[in-house]
Design a protein around this ligand. Structure first.
Ligand code: SAM
Ligand code: SF4
Length: 326
């Protein structure tokens, strides 16, 4: 289904929980957090109902995210329920990978196709500084587990921030010389909430690209400069993998936006960076039918804003990134 600006909306991101086993500096504070109580989270059965309605209005791709989606005790059941829905053409997950050594095979057996794994550095000190409770060994074990069971092609996501992981861009991009992975650099985005860092630590995609090129040589655009999802994608000479840049701040891709996001407590956000939500949980728990959910999706698609307003200094103030899921 097209929104009122002619964009085909077909990609639904589901945040399964706002909890996480890590505390990345730009995402969650170390202390003083309060989480959504478990009874307020959508259950596996409710998520299935939402996705069944979503495919009826033309959604084709579903991504599970969080917080950390693998912390849900019923994560395998959720995957199993969603994978069997006719019309879900791609079921994928964004994760910090920590629990993949225990879960990866079960997730594949349940129908998960791919994972994007978040790792902000390969250096032991900087990873501890930026992802705080993370260690390199555990991050790497998650990546290896995903590869082993075929949750591929693998994409690794990193946020480069000044003063925390300045060394990471080159070392991560270097991986593409030997691995057929896509390493994606996401620009730091501002959010409300007491995170340790905000935009003063922002590094633009152009700067990250220049740092990589200064060390590893030119990055050649592929896809004729077209977006791969939200990423602009490049390749180093002779590499097996690719390097992507996701630049919501310096080069917004709102004109090509095809997505909506459901928070773990069942609110549908029409834009990551604009407050404004529709309450699906109320409909689900108030005896709403499949058609009611379909109608809610139709309303949401019509209400999707033209784009975010970061350039005018406006950003999402009612939610943290860990509640929305990126
Ligand atoms: N826990 C999982 C993970 O880390 O991939 C899934 C949720 S996390 C919110 C999804 C993505 O959002 C991660 O790649 C993370 O780096 C990114 N992220 C979190 N806060 C951000 C911020 N303020 N700006 C840009 N990206 C952010
Ligand atoms: Fe957790 Fe992901 Fe946020 Fe890091 S970015 S604190 S891993 S939800």
């Amino acid at each position: 289904m097209k929104d009122s600006y002619g964009r085909e909306i077909n990609y639904l991101r589901l945040s399964l929980t706002d909890r996480c086993n890590l505390r990345c500096v730009y995402c969650m504070p170390m202390h003083g957090l309060s989480f959504i109580p478990t009874p307020e989270l959508l259950t596996a059965a409710e998520l299935e109902k939402v996705v069944r309605a979503a495919v009826d209005v033309g959604f084709k791709k579903v991504r599970l995210t969080g917080g950390e989606p693998t912390l849900r005790q019923d994560i395998v059941e959720i995957v199993r329920r969603l994978a069997r829905i006719e019309g879900v053409e791609e079921l994928v997950m964004t994760t910090n990978g920590y629990r993949l050594p225990y879960l990866a095979q079960e997730l594949v057996d349940a129908g998960l196709k791919r994972v994007n794994i978040h790792v902000d550095s390969l250096n032991r000190e900087s990873i501890a500084k930026i992802m705080r409770l993370a260690t390199f060994d555990k991050a790497w074990a998650g990546i290896e587990a995903a590869e082993k069971v075929g949750l591929t092609p693998l994409k690794l996501n990193a946020v480069i921030t000044r003063g925390y992981n300045d060394d990471a861009a080159v070392e991560l991009a270097r991986l593409t010389l030997e691995k057929s992975w896509q390493i994606r650099f996401i620009e730091l985005m501002p959010f409300a909430g007491p995170t340790e860092i905000q935009l003063e630590h922002y590094v633009s995609s152009d700067e990250v690209k220049s740092r990589i090129e200064a060390e590893l040589g030119p990055l050649f655009p592929i896809n004729n400069g077209h977006l791969d999802g939200e990423a602009r994608v490049y390749r180093l000479a002779g590499s097996l993998g690719t390097v992507g840049f996701i630049s919501p701040v310096s080069n917004p891709y709102c004109d090509d936006c095809n997505r909506m996001r459901l928070t773990s407590d069942g609110r549908l956000r029409m834009c990551l960076l604009v407050d404004g939500e529709l309450d699906f949980r109320e409909t689900l728990r108030g005896g709403g039918t499949h058609q009611d959910l379909v109608a809610l999706f139709q309303r949401a698609i019509q209400a999707k804003p033209v784009g975010h307003q970061l350039r005018n200094g406006q950003f999402a103030e009612n939610r943290t990134m860990s509640q929305i899921g990126g």
